[in-house]
Design a protein around this ligand. Structure first.
Ligand code: NAD
Ligand code: IPM
Ligand code: MN
Length: 355
């Protein structure tokens, strides 16, 4: 197979973990005889520093001409005082999601047995481990609604959802539940928000008309944050909007061991994807060689499977990650007593060896 991949490393730990993910990709290329052509571009703060803007036309062109996009992370204190629209997050990542219509953000969570002690949850709650997937709407809601005010005395962000936006993300989530354990939990705030009243109504309709074989329940977002902590095993697919999905994913990341483990796929209706870790540029640990590269490496695995249909290759990466952790090789964020604490490069070496 011959594929073109846009590589946008970004800021903070972005380039550090992306380097390692690319080494894993190259190993897969060698082992399975694929050619991956990489096109790199600066993005976010790095692009602001070089070109004065977070997303250049050239970077966008590279993405358009690629079969898939590997994204690192953007943002950091250096650019935090820029006007909102010029910041790396709002000026680069959100426009990329919007430009490619990446409305479906798939965020798998879960803790495997060997990371039980990395999770803050009690062992008896974790049991043998749990897994669920958050399906987060990514191009609508309060992130993209009309904004106004002066950020001095008054400011507002409009939260809006249309029926068609809800229908398409609901279908993605129901389909995923069908190929998983057959259960969907819808999370909203339908006791207060008008958008959530519509959201829940549409989800119920799609369920009744197209997916009545799926078990469906509903939780308000505040309750959902609690229920996930006490009964994570009860969740299979969680469907939610943009803002609630953002918050639930960091909670899910923490109980899964660390945000440094968590990858996500942002997809459009043609299955074109941008693959991004759930976490950010981690300015507090950037440049120290200690960031966990597994989130970024898992982005590679997700890309191989989802964009290119390379299931065996993706599994080879996931298995190598599991073996590495099983062998007690861990970065600081997931480190447990008795394990060997290693840095970004050494854990990647261990993963590559096991591929
Ligand atoms: P963050 O996810 O960057 O960091 C939160 C905590 O998790 C920190 O303690 C960090 O050290 C730790 N962490 C994150 N990734 C890790 C990894 N791979 N290995 C080990 N530890 C890891 O969130 P934040 O501090 O709120 O945000 C920092 C910057 O990143 C901000 O500018 C924010 O806007 C941006 N951000 C970008 C993205 C993205 O580009 N996709 C996502 C989230 C946050
Ligand atoms: C994420 C991040 C982004 C989001 C930011 C950086 C725009 O937090 O991917 O979870 O809120 O979607
Ligand atoms: Mn987030």
């Amino acid at each position: 197979m011959n594929k073109k991949i846009a590589v946008l490393s970004g800021d903070g730990i972005g380039p550090e973990v992306m380097n390692e993910a690319i080494r894993v990709l190259q190993k897969i290329g060698q082992k399975y005889n694929h050619k991956f052509e990489l096109q790199e571009a600066l993005i976010g703060g790095a692009s602001i520093d070089q070109y004065g803007e977070p997303l250049t036309a050239e970077a966008l062109k590279i993405c358009e001409e690629s079969d898939s996009i590997l994204f690192g992370s953007v943002g950091g204190p250096k650019w935090d005082n820029l006007p909102r629209e010029k910041r790396p997050e709002v000026g680069a990542l959100l426009p990329l999601r919007k430009h490619f219509n990446l409305f479906a953000n798939i965020r798998p969570s879960g803790v495997v047995k060997m990371l039980r002690d990395s999770s803050p949850l009690k062992n008896e709650i974790i049991g043998e481990g749990f897994s669920y997937t958050i399906v987060r709407e990514l191009t609508g809601g309060i992130y993209f609604g009309e904004k106004g005010g002066d950020e001095q005395n008054e400011a507002w962000d409009k939260m809006a959802y249309s029926r068609s936006e809800i229908e398409r993300i609901a279908r993605v989530a129901f389909e995923l539940a069908r190929s998983s354990r057959g259960k969907l939990t819808n999370v909203d705030k339908a006791n207060v928000l008008k958008t959530s009243v519509l959201w829940r109504k549409v989800v119920k309709e799609i369920h009744a008309n197209e997916f009545s074989d799926i078990e469906l329940d509903h939780l308000y977002i505040d309750n959902a944050t609690m229920q996930i902590l006490t009964r994570p095993h009860d969740f299979d697919v969680i469907l939610t909007g943009n803002m609630f999905g953002d918050i639930l994913s960091d909670e899910s990341a923490q109980i899964s061991g660390s945000i440094g483990m968590m990858a996500s796929a942002s997809l459009n209706d043609k299955n074109f994807g941008l693959f991004e870790p759930m976490g950010g540029s981690a300015p507090d640990i950037a440049g120290q060689g200690i960031a966990n590269p597994i989130a970024q490496i898992r982005c590679v695995a997700m890309m191989l499977e989802v964009s290119f249909g390379l299931k065996e290759e993706a599994e080879a990466i996931e298995n190598a990650i599991k073996k590495t952790l099983d062998d007690g090789i861990m970065t600081g964020d997931i480190w447990i007593d008795g394990a060997q604490k290693v840095g970004t490069k050494a854990i990647t070496d261990a993963i590559i060896e096991r591929i």
